[in-house]
Design a protein. Sequence first.
Length: 140
Amino acid sequence: MSNHWFGEALMNIFSERLKGILDSRGISQVWIAEKANATAATISRYMTTERVPRGDIVASIAKALDVSADYLLGLTDIQESISNGKSQEYSPEVRLLCTCFLKASPSDQRVIWTLLDKYMTPEEKGFLQKLLEYSEANAG
């Protein structure tokens, strides 16, 4: 299976973070597979970047490990617990921003990213650069 939108760099981040958490906590691939409604072989393929997890599997793994999916995907370096009592609902403003961003043309999306650049961490900027490069390489 190809790494479609994830890209190789993103799959490497997911794989490294999943391995790191399992190793540091002494969790087996069988245990996480059961929690994520997958097989141990499938989890092994995620960890070796041979296979891309579906969104629902990423969410199940994050929930089972009590970390954010954003952390597993490399969108943040904070392992923020998803069960810490904070609401996972986004504000109406954030939902509206996302909806409008998705409707924007690729060139307008780049303008938006340029405006947001000053608010991003170096890690977020690196992630965005890789994502944009991958999108350009696979456009068309």
